[in-house]
Design a protein around this ligand. Sequence first.
Ligand code: NAP
Length: 391
Amino acid sequence: MSETLEATETLASGHTSTYTRNNPYQSSVRINDLLTAPGSEKETRHIELTLEDGMTYTPGDAVGILPENRREVVDEVLEALHMRGDERVLDHYKVDIDLDEALRTRLAIGKLERGRITQMHKLAPENEGLKALAGAENKARAEEYCYGREFIDLLHEFPGVITSPQQLFQVLARLTPRMYSIASSQALHADNVQTTVRVVRYDAHGRTRQGLASGHLGDRAPVGETMPIFLHANGNFRLPADSSAPVIMVGPGTGIAPFRAFLEERQATGAPGENWLFFGEQRRSLDFLYQHELEAMHKDGVLTHLDTAFSRDQAKKIYVQDRMQERAAELYAWLERGAFFYVCGDATRMAKDVEMALLDAIAKGSNGTLDHASEYLSRMKKDKRYQRDVY
Ligand code: NAP
């Protein structure tokens, strides 16, 4: 989800939360459960965070989480800099804090970006190694260098360039919150907000790395722990105002999150509209996120259709768009009845493939060309009947 830097987070309901990314609410972790089973290649978690009275959200919104850098990584950076951590620095708001706190909560010492190298180079213009990676002319080489590396790798490769703690604010970007699609409806959970998080862990350049926020939630956010959060409205991802309109949702992996919120909302409010969910993951027995809830909703009729695609349960991969293709005629019939179509999850490949399958279903259903299907989809977009939350 895109991030904007407004001073307040305005909620769709018209309320303005007093809590923002700069003034977060100190929530506490209510639940932090593993959704995937042992043996899964994924570690996907269900997280519930407490809210204060008056904090409201709408299904489709996101929760912003302010993570902290890992203690071990902060210590490594201090060691590489030959600093202790009790040195005083001025943060982005000129607040006097110690370096340790700055490295934990203010500065992005994780995944390396090209801009950091360019900033380091400004501190040591004569450094040949930095010169070879800095600036627009070395973009490709710098990107290759950054891949899988973190700030600590840069410090080890170019020691002695940073000589005063305050220079870190010149070199490093600000630690920013991470936005997660909300997976719950406040109609059912008045005092908390829930989300679905895949913990990113990988080995690269001889080190074990983890995602900043997902790693924090995965390793350092047990029940009862404090977590600074704020609510973020996403007016471009909303259930239809007409609760009798049918809804088609495509959410593989953590893309399920907002659809769990949609379904809870429609169930809690007794919305008469039909609901159709396409969910995909690697293996049914290990990765079927929210399986029991979804199956119960299917049994109760809240979910008219629940179509699943478990990509690795057979020799040939099956994805959500394959299921859409199998169901093209009915999919088109739903669209003709005014269905709203939603996609959430991976932007790089999945969302594009799903759009192709959607166009294909429209073309087939209408006996038209792909051009005609594109026009049909453009009209749906204009009418806000095609909405995406992809990342
Ligand atoms: P995920 O990686 O999106 O996986 C969920 C299911 O989608 C799996 O069964 C996966 O199958 C399948 N899949 C893979 N490629 C697909 C495609 N082109 N079309 C449809 N389905 C496809 O779920 P997740 O682990 O919860 O990850 C969610 C988020 O992780 C993504 O939205 C994204 O932010 C990030 N991600 C990034 C990349 C990347 O390369 N940048 C890739 C994936 C995910 P198989 O794994 O068996 O192929």
